[in-house]
Ligand binder design. Sequence first.
Ligand code: NDP
Length: 453
Amino acid sequence: MSYIDEVIKSVEERYHYQPEFIQAVREVLTSLKPTEEKYPEFVKAKIYERIVEPDRIIKFRVVWEDDNGEIHVNRGYRVQFNMAIGPYKGGLRWHPSVNESIIKFLGFEQIFKNSLTGLPMGGGKGGSDFDPHGKSDREIMRFAYAFMSELFRHIGPDTDVPAGDIGVGGREIGFLYGFYKRIRNEHTGVLTGKGLEYGGSLIRPEATGYGVTYFAANMLATKGEDFNGKVVAISGAGNVAQYAIEKVMELGGKVISFSDSKGTIIIEEGMDREKWEYLMWLKNVKRGRVREFAEKYPQAKYYEGKSVWDVLRDENIKVDVALPCATQNEIHKDHAEAMVKNGLIAIAEGANMPSTLEAIEVFINSGVLFGPAKAANAGGVAVSGLEMAQNSMRLSWTREEVDRKLQEIMKNIHDTSLKTAEEFGYPGNYLVGANIAGFLKVAKAMMAYGIVY
Ligand code: NDP
């Protein structure tokens, strides 16, 4: 058993009740095996054992009152995983499924993702098991204030800079930031994803969706292909999915699907600008369900209780490119096999860990271009990094400038992942390349600090 296998085993034993965290550790550490031999000093310094333990986990009670005066108690989390290369940075997720395992997996992945962007950001993640669905604006506001009434103690522009994730978008960041500013009496870049009027960056809302599309375009270019005329499946209908749909349409691709946690829409003729604008209104203003899209556009078909990947498999629908943008573990082995059988060329992960380890194996073994989340969806945190830079300079860049920087960063991440994979003997394997490239920078910084870190 190799040293890395032993580390994985010890994590599996110690945290046997945290399946998502174990999955993320297995995915990353397995692909780091080629570094074990090349950097014996990392083994000696126990870097691999150190990197799987967070610097600290903050867990707190969140008490809030609904519109009927009823009191509710939720759990809040912030995992400050690794600060070796910059302040902790990572989103906040509000979803009933949130628990320590999910926040740890997200925080762990974030270390390598942030490192890959080339910007000075450490890894962290947070959230709550609060369910924002069906809550009024006032209830969201009261919850956000209650959440920040504890979180404020642990964050700061040079310490830890949270952002949004599932269930936390522009409205929620506004409430969180407003409360922080009020109690700290400071107007600083302590959160990213802020509104443009109070320190936000242009292109931040679009960044993850645009970024994953740019990443996929870079992968396609290695095969002399582009998005023009490609049939594209996208899952989710939230922030990431919405802007992935827009960018794919702009690049000439035909988007035939999106979804939410209740069901999937398939639209064979593809999305267009008008339908996209309706979807934006439906999800962001009305806060409705994708089912309502099929009520407005009868040519769209709604599949209750099925994911995009279930429908592609069951209806034998062929797609060229897949961009999963909903949540973790949405693509299983049988979904992957069905897409590969139907001629899938590329998949780029907009969501975090949307493919199970078995599904990833299918993609990689069949020669499909596989863009792992930590590389493909890094555009969001990259533009958050640019928001921090603009806040520090008290300046704001134009839309064109931020978009240009985002495109450059995505290309760099793509090229670095590919180059590193080649260097370590896994040509074309973006997963190995991204994990090793992200890891090396953090590991070298940890070595520089000595054993205290
Ligand atoms: P949103 O809350 O805006 O949207 C999430 C979407 O996914 C919604 O359509 C939601 O449906 C659906 N969804 C959520 N949970 C489930 C579930 N358990 N089963 C099926 N569908 C589900 O979040 P984002 O778009 O911001 O995030 C999507 C993914 O992208 C997440 O994995 C996130 O970690 C990742 N990500 C986000 C970044 C960002 O900048 N926002 C950056 C990098 C990664 P419903 O409306 O019914 O809840």
